[in-house]
Design a protein around this ligand. Structure first.
Ligand code: NAP
Length: 288
């Protein structure tokens, strides 16, 4: 019986994080400490965990991070003022506002207020546009992490058929653009797609970014294909699980990512990489 190679996101992530530590130490020799400012508004428990993990990862790899924990009642104006301060702060090379924001705050306005040069999430329209034209300064962390996983396992992308399930601005769309840039023929599927399996069965690479369990089963996968699971859901028992039916998928696929331990660790790692690269650019500009 076929058993797919399980892609080890923790191992790939650790290797990249080691490189981040080395490059951060080199920057320190030039007197620059890469700095990430994280802003959390409100007390959503999941967001608090994500933010804590991001801050911790910075500390472990030679980056400086600050965390602004603002109350849920924070006004849009106060948040925009805080972002303006961080934009002007030369010790801050990356700004991350944790989403979702409380309903009374316009997320789009907030993202656009972050200086595009410090938008390490890559969500600002200037960065989204740059990604679309193949000149991204910051690639959105999750799709960027997926590309690094494919690279680490020498999985060919150019000339291949890729299907991305999900079309969000954060994952699906930038994922499709990165695969396209790497030479894949890309199909984007979503909730209105009439026959998902007809698309996925022809795909050499499938990336599932939906947020629903068992969206992709083994019967929907082409033998030997690479299946990347971005989803983060809970089982009935409350355990973390992805979008794919892992047991049936590994019987057909050539490669598959698990949840947890696949894409998840890569997202924070690519945030570290983007922040580090922003600081490197800053240091290079100051050397001139
Ligand atoms: P999202 O904004 O809710 O987008 C979900 C997408 O899935 C939408 O485009 C939606 O289509 C599509 N969809 C819904 N039901 C579908 C179905 N039955 N068949 C095909 N497509 C369907 O979610 P997101 O922010 O992109 O996140 C997706 C998942 O990735 C979530 O589980 C999230 O928690 C996870 N995530 C993980 C990481 C990580 O680090 N591992 C990072 C970010 C997100 P429509 O556009 O037509 O509604």
């Amino acid at each position: 019986m076929n058993q797919a190679t399980v892609i080890d996101g923790v191992a790939v992530s650790n290797k990249l994080r080691h490189e981040v530590s080395t490059r951060a130490a080199e920057l320190l020799n030039k007197g620059v400490v890469p700095g990430l400012a994280v802003v959390l508004v409100g007390d959503d428990p999941a967001s608090a965990v994500y933010v804590r993990n991001k801050v911790k990862a910075c500390e472990q790899h030679g980056l400086r991070s600050t965390l602004d924990r603002l109350p849920a009642e924070t006004t849009e104006g106060d948040l925009l003022n805080r972002i303006a301060e961080l934009n002007a702060d030369a010790t801050v090379h990356g700004i991350l506002v944790q989403l979702p924001l409380p309903k009374h705050i316009d997320s789009h306005k907030v993202i656009e207020a972050i200086s595009a040069e410090k938008d390490v999430d890559g969500f600002h329209v200037a960065n989204a546009g740059a990604l679309m034209t193949g000149s991204a300064r910051f690639k959105p962390c999750t799709p960027y992490g997926v590309m690094k996983l494919l690279e680490a396992y020498n999985i060919p992308v150019s000339g291949k058929q890729a299907v991305v399930i999900g079309r969000s601005n954060i994952v699906g769309k930038p994922m499709a653009l990165l695969l396209l840039e790497a030479g894949a023929t890309v199909t984007i599927c979503h909730s209105k797609t009439a026959d998902l399996a007809a698309h996925t069965r022809n795909a050499d690479i499938v990336v599932a970014a939906v947020g629903k369990r068992k969206v992709l089963t083994g019967a929907m996968v082409k033998p030997g294909a690479t299946v990347i699971d971005v989803g983060m859901n809970k089982t009935d028992e409350g355990k973390l699980c992805g979008d794919i039916d892992f047991p049936s998928v590994v019987e057909v696929a050539g490669y598959a990512t698990p949840v947890p331990g696949g894409v998840g660790p890569m997202t924070i790692t690519m945030l570290l990489v983007n922040t580090l690269e922003s600081a490197e650019l800053f240091a290079a500009q100051n050397e001139k």
